[in-house]
Structure formats: structure tokens, C-alpha cells
Write a protein that binds this ligand. Structure first.
Ligand SMILES: Nc1nc2c(c(=O)[nH]1)N[C@H]1C(S)=C(S)[C@@H](COP(=O)(O)O)O[C@H]1N2
Ligand SMILES: [Mo]
Length: 493
């Protein structure tokens, strides 16, 4: 029974914290702050494992895990609470202080943002003491009812608080009101023959809904355009801060760029292609004047993620963008609304900062970024790679003609050739969808005749436009991207 009382009191504390946070805005969200603190202090390999195991559901898993830990602690300490040693009360109070500390450590928080956590903890302690007080008139049933009441208030308050903050802080209205300007420099049209016929492959342009998503944000940052600013500072001639309207001074460029995550395993799907519009980072940097000694731009997001990008990659002819639209829409909130970086040829962890608000010109021998501090390589050029999409592993292919296919990529170089091998046969050239640009993936197909029933394998390898053949050498994603040939087994029947 005492354990149940502890859980009820803890839930009340969490619920009050969440509800009280509503008027304070996103910075006061203790759930986000604690979760983000846990994410930031999770060892790199564990993060990598979570991304591989849960994909985008990793955040849900984390939230559930944290709540379970809190409730278990509350139950155990409440059971041990005595008048002389109020361990349960102390635990709740300590959790409140820890929550407040987590809140304060976040880039988006102010001093007043600790109030909800402290208030929640105070309510939790008061509830626990009330519930544990033994009065002769109390029956077991009355105490259970009181506990149930406290628990219900906590749960309802918490759910209402989360839903209410979400509505209040949502950028959805701001985003819908944003009439994105037409690009002055449009991208060349995408020809139909980028998409091979006779086989169902991923669409050359990935829809916003299907685009892979990777970030450390537990709650998607909600940053309205009128609160967005981009500060450019560090090794520059003059520090400069742009607000969103200032961007209209620059030429809006449209580009088709394939993004890839360094965590993408061989055969994985952390790769997608979109049409972006944005401003050349080169043009923005020119206003500030980059000093010669600067070789890295350290970008920071509103939620404190950082990436270190070579200055060359931001200023050369690949036209790295401060992107504001994705496939004709304002950026979806989870893809960086209102502005993010898109740098062709580099993995996302060193370049693609979403909700970007700060660019510091610095040096690789001075600064480290979010993932490089965790042991990932400071530079992250995308490796030449390819994937079999059809058939899927274990798929049954009927005897007769069939078209196999997949994707290949070598951003900033382009794919020149794709070869396919069935079982231990010879490498044969695949047919290639039209090449759109060196910055986009290339779809391939391979007409084949399934003749011999049984298990077969298909292996793929790409060659990029520098003549470099995709390496067979197997490597894990850590520290600078997976390598090896993708092989799929399937059965012919
Ligand atoms: N603010 C922020 N930006 C970020 C990240 C992040 O965790 N936070 N992750 C990066 C990584 S690792 C990748 S692969 C790309 C993914 O971009 P997407 O989610 O739009 O596909 O975003 C990059 N930008
Ligand atoms: Mo990534």
C-alpha cells in the first residue's frame, strides 16, 4: 500500500509540474529538459544502439523508461518513509531540484522556468505526507480512495498540461501563414526517367511524410519565424545577426539534395531525397567576412545540438543552403522549421543542423560538435554506397522474369555505375535511372530471369564519378559511416 501511495504522490508531482509549465512556455518543460539531459549524457554506443533498435520511436522509449524509473524510486522510497527519516519526501523534493537543474541547463530556459518543477515537487511531498498520515478513523478503503484521487489528479493534470502546452507553443499556425517565396534560381526540372520502370522502388523525391528523421530533440522545437535569428560570429570581420525578414535580401536557390545519416547501416533506410529552397550559406557568410584561419563553421540549433562543418563545404560551388522549404512546403517542424542547413555531400551529423540559430566560425583544432565529442569523426563526407530494395530479404520470387532494383549514392560526386551479382556469379551492369545531379541518389534496376528454385542472393555495388568503386570492406557506422556491399537473400519458387 505504501508503495502505491508513493506512486500516486510522484504522479501528482509530475502532473502539477507539467500543468504549471504551460504559462511559462517551452523552456519550462521539465519532461523535455530531463529527457534531453539524459540523451546528452547517454554514452555514444548506447545512443547508436537506440537509433538502430528503435529508430524514430527511440524518444517514446526514453520517455517511458524515465517515467518508470521515477515511479519505481517513488514506490521504494515511500515504503521506507518514517516520521524520523522521511526518505520518500526527500526523494520527491530531490527529484524536483534535479528537474529544476535540468531545466536551467537547457539553452531555451530562463530562471523563472524552474518554478513548475519546484511547485510540482512541493505538491508531491505534501500529498505523500497527507497520504501516509495514520489516523485512527482511516480505513484501508479511505486511504486507497485518497490515493486514487491524488493519482487521478496527477495523470489528468499531466496529460492536460502536455496537450495544452503543445497547442499553445505549436508553430503550425505560423507555418501555415508562411507563403514561401518563389526561388530566383530554380532547380532544373526532374525528368521522368530518373525513376526506373518495371519495378517498385522508393520515389526519386521522398515525400515529407516519408523522409527519414534523426535528431536528439525529445520535443520538436517550436520556433516561430519572428523569434528566429541567425547569429554569425567568431573568426569573422564583423559579427552579424539576421532575422527571418533579412533573408529576403538574398537570392533564393532551389536544389535537389539527398541527405544521409552516418548511422545508416548497410542496407538501411536513413537516406532520403528532397527538393529544397534556401539561401546560399556562402552569401550569408560573405556579409560577415570569414577570416582566413577559420576552417570550421560550428552551427548550433535552438535546442543546443551542434555540428562542425568545413568552411570549404559551405562556400564552394556545391551551394550549401540555409533551407526554408522542403518539397514546396515550409520545412515541417520536425525537419527544422523555420530554417536548417543542407550541405550536399556531408552526413547530417556534421552539417544538416535543423532549427539552426547560430554559426560560429572557428577551427577544427579548437572546437568539437555534438557527435564528434562522442567519438564520431570530425569530418563526415558521405561514402559511395548502394542498396537493394527489390527483392526484400526473404521475399519469394516466382520463377520467370523479374526486375530487381534499388538506390545508389555518392553525393557531391555522383554515381557513374551500379553492378549486380547474383549468387557467386559475375558482376553485371545494372540499368541506371537518369542522373539528376551529383548531389542526388540514383535509382537502378536489373531485369533478371528467376529460373532455379531455391535460395539466392543478390549483391550490389556502385562506382562514383571519380571512378572509385564502393569498398567491400565491412565497417560499422561508427565513427564515419558504414561500408560494405549490401546482399539480400530471397527464394525463387
Ligand atoms: N537540431 C538538430 N539538427 C540535426 C540533428 C539533431 O539531432 N538536432 N541531427 C542531424 C543528423 S544526425 C541528421 S542525419 C540530419 C537528419 O535530418 P532529417 O531529420 O531532416 O532527415 O539532421 C541533422 N540535424
Ligand atoms: Mo545522422
Amino acid at each position: 500500500m505504501r508503495m502505491v501511495l508513493g506512486v500516486a504522490a510522484a504522479l501528482l508531482a509530475l502532473g502539477v509540474t507539467q500543468l504549471a509549465a504551460v504559462p511559462f512556455g517551452p523552456g519550462a518543460d521539465a519532461r523535455n529538459a530531463v529527457g534531453s539531459t539524459v540523451i546528452d549524457h547517454t554514452p555514444g554506443p548506447v545512443k547508436e544502439w537506440a537509433i538502430q533498435t528503435f529508430g524514430t520511436a527511440d524518444k517514446l522509449f526514453l520517455t517511458i523508461a524515465i517515467v518508470v524509473v521515477i515511479l519505481v524510486l517513488a514506490a521504494v522510497t515511500a515504503a521506507a518513509e518514517t516520521r524520523r527519516r522521511p526518505v520518500g519526501s526527500i526523494a520527491i523534493a530531490a527529484a524536483g531540484v534535479a528537474g529544476a537543474a535540468a531545466v536551467l541547463s537547457r539553452p531555451e530556459a530562463g530562471l523563472a522556468d524552474v518554478i513548475p518543477s519546484l511547485l510540482g515537487a512541493a505538491c508531491g511531498v505534501a500529498a505523500l505526507r497527507m497520504l501516509l498520515r495514520e489516523r485512527p478513523s482511516d480505513t484501508e478503503r479511505r486511504r486507497a480512495l485518497a490515493a486514487l484521487g491524488v493519482l487521478a489528479v496527477g495523470v489528468v493534470g499531466g496529460v492536460a498540461g502536455v496537450a495544452w502546452s503543445r497547442r499553445l507553443n505549436s508553430v503550425e499556425g505560423d507555418r501555415e501563414a508562411f507563403a514561401a517565396p518563389t526561388p530566383q534560381a530554380p532547380a532544373p526540372p526532374i525528368p521522368d526517367d530518373v525513376q526506373p520502370r518495371g519495378v517498385t522502388l522508393p520515389s526519386f523525391v521522398t515525400s515529407n511524410a516519408d523522409f527519414y528523421r534523426i535528431d536528439t530533440a525529445l520535443v520538436v522545437p517550436q520556433l516561430p519565424r519572428d523569434q528566429w535569428k541567425l547569429r554569425i560570429h567568431g573568426l569573422v570581420d564583423r559579427e552579424i545577426t539576421f532575422d527571418f525578414d533579412d533573408l529576403a535580401d538574398f537570392e533564393l536557390v532551389e536544389k535537389v539534395v539527398t541527405l544521409t545519416c552516418v548511422s545508416n547501416p548497410i542496407g538501411g533506410d536513413l537516406i532520403s531525397n528532397a527538393v529544397w529552397t534556401g539561401y546560399r550559406v556562402r552569401d550569408l557568410l560573405a556579409r560577415a567576412g570569414v577570416k582566413r584561419e577559420a576552417d570550421m563553421a560550428l552551427s548550433t540549433s535552438s535546442d543546443g545540438f551542434t555540428a562542425g562543418t568545413p568552411v570549404d563545404a559551405l562556400t564552394d560551388r556545391r551551394d550549401a543552403l540555409l533551407a526554408i522549404t522542403m518539397n514546396g512546403q515550409p520545412l515541417p517542424p520536425e525537419h527544422g522549421y523555420p530554417a536548417r542547413l543542407v550541405v550536399p555531400g556531408l552526413y547530417g551529423y556534421v552539417s544538416a543542423t535543423k532549427w539552426v540559430v547560430d554559426l560560429e566560425l572557428t577551427r577544427f583544432d579548437r572546437a568539437q560538435a555534438y557527435w564528434t565529442k562522442l567519438g564520431w569523426s570530425p569530418r563526415g563526407p558521405i561514402k559511395t554506397s548502394s542498396r537493394v530494395d527489390v527483392p526484400r530479404s526473404g521475399q519469394v520470387v516466382p520463377v520467370g522474369p523479374v526486375t530487381l532494383g534499388g538506390v545508389a549514392w555518392a553525393q557531391n560526386r555522383g554515381v557513374r555505375a551500379v553492378e549486380v551479382r547474383i549468387d557467386d556469379g559475375i558482376w553485371q551492369p545494372a540499368e541506371l535511372g537518369a542522373s539528376y545531379s551529383g548531389d542526388t541518389w540514383r535509382l537502378w534496376s536489373f531485369p533478371w530471369r528467376a529460373e532455379v528454385p531455391g535460395v539466392h542472393t543478390v549483391t550490389v555495388r556502385a562506382t562514383d564519378n571519380t571512378g572509385q568503386l564502393q569498398t567491400e570492406q565491412y565497417a560499422l557506422p561508427v565513427p564515419d559511416g558504414a561500408t560494405g556491399w549490401h546482399e539480400v537473400s530471397f527464394s525463387v519458387r
